[in-house]
Design a protein around this ligand. Structure first.
Ligand code: ACO
Length: 393
């Protein structure tokens, strides 16, 4: 039925589905997850193959435009993105004026689109390139603020993750500085693994906000806010705080009992879609070894491994089908790389920008896009008369 239906009794079926446990709000060609098998693919390509053979910008192109780029498409795309990594001086000043202890997730590329308020289709691709390119620079700049060090200009001749490491690294004031190739490759793989994950909380936020036809910078800002909560992209930060609190392997049984008594959450475990091991967490575990080899032993690894083993062997977790998700190991890698805890969600957000934009573009280009507007089931008071304040008790 077309048009607005104001008759609540004549809507046909209305699904009451709190937290969207069973609701598909879109049909999508971008990402597929088989939660029971622990399988993930983007545009038909299994995540394992992309993680091994692709790079972040190529995966971003695949997500956004639907196919792997040809050689020339790839060259143009990478050139364009890497030549849109510069941020305007006034934006740099805004980030530079942030307090040293403000959460780095409060700086995001939305600031760059300050003059836009409505989505303009004719510059969609330009905006996509700008947002991906600038997200890494904004992130790196927010890190430099915390270090009380000057910003480092991006290097368009470097790979995406390599350039981000270059801009962030405290010793990179030197022109000749080059990040460790093993670490740049590890971060590139992490970026591929985080690039998209279908209708997760932040992507749903992006698509929802974008459905009002606001500009994509503002929609990215909404998505970034959604990502940074501890039940979503902030979980990598929460995992480390949890492991630090547990402290020793001997304390694990007490912690597990507290989780089972619902007094604690086992961060980095569980997923709305996966009822099996998150395939990304297997790949991440291998990346972790490379990083630990390059950066030295990670002291929290023993507790993390023993905690994971204890949970996987416990019938309570088995019955609830709770397995490690992508965030269980990623935090340990970021810690080993020397990033401060509250920067971890930023390292998730930068690559996820690609997925946000892919879903936003798909929704905007749909044949008859509609504003997202869920309904509700009203359970408040029935109609009643206003009582003047003098007549109230
Ligand atoms: N620790 C303890 N109990 C858990 C956990 C956990 N990590 N995850 C789920 N449960 C329990 C729930 O309490 C619930 O128990 P019940 O059946 O007795 O009520 C049951 O398992 C089912 O879990 P739900 O919370 O209903 O699952 P939901 O799909 O709503 O939530 C979520 C998924 C938010 C990821 C949840 O598993 C969680 O809170 N995990 C910890 C945070 C985390 O790691 N988030 C990162 C997710 S991955 C990502 O965003 C990149």
């Amino acid at each position: 039925k077309d048009g607005i239906d104001t008759d609540d009794t004549a809507n046909g079926i209305r699904v009451f589905d709190p937290a969207y446990l069973n609701t598909a709000a879109i049909s999508s060609k971008i990402t597929f997850i088989d939660g029971d098998k622990g399988f993930l693919m983007h545009r038909g390509y299994p995540i394992e193959q992309l993680a091994e053979k692709s790079d972040f910008l190529e995966t971003a192109y695949l997500l956004i435009y639907g196919e792997l780029p040809s050689k020339s498409q790839s060259e143009i795309w990478k050139f364009e993105v890497m030549h849109h990594t510069e941020i305007a001086d006034d934006l740099a000043k805004v980030i530079g004026s942030m307090r040293y202890d403000s959460h780095p997730m409060s700086a995001n590329p939305a600031l760059q689109g300050r003059n836009l308020y409505i989505h303009d289709k004719s510059i969609m691709n330009k905006n996509i390139i700008r947002i991906i390119g600038k997200s890494a620079t904004v992130a790196a700049a927010s890190m430099r603020v915390r270090m009380n060090r000057p910003f480092i200009a991006p290097r368009s001749d470097m790979g995406f993750a390599e350039n981000m490491l270059y801009m962030m690294d405290a010793t990179s004031d030197s022109e000749n500085y080059k990040p460790d190739a093993r670490l740049a490759k590890a971060l590139e793989t992490l970026f591929i693994l985080h690039a998209d994950h279908e209708m997760n909380c932040s992507t749903a936020a992006m698509t929802h906000v974008g459905s009002s036809l606001v500009d994509p910078y503002s929609a990215v800002s909404a998505a970034a806010a959604a990502l940074y909560g501890p039940l979503h992209g902030g979980a990598n930060e929460a995992v480390i705080r949890m492991i630090e609190k547990i402290g020793k392997v001997e304390n694990i049984p007490t912690f597990i009992s507290a989780v089972k008594a619902k007094k604690e959450l086992l961060f980095g475990f569980g997923h709305r879609v996966y009822r099996n091991t998150d395939p990304r967490s297997k790949i991440i575990r291998e990346v972790a070894e490379t990083v630990f080899t390059a950066c030295g032993h990670e002291p929290l690894i023993e507790v993390a491994t023993a905690l994971k083993d204890a949970a996987l062997a416990d019938p309570w977790f088995v019955e609830k089908k709770l397995y490690p998700n992508v965030d269980y190991w990623s935090g340990l890698i970021y810690r080993s790389l020397g990033f401060p805890l509250d920067f971890f969600p930023v390292l998730f957000a930068v690559p996820r920008v690609a997925g946000w934009l892919a879903h936003w573009k798909q929704a905007i280009e749909a044949s008859n896009p509609k504003i997202w507007r869920p309904r509700q089931v009203y359970v408040g008071p029935q109609v009643r008369d206003y009582v003047p304040i003098g007549d109230r008790e």
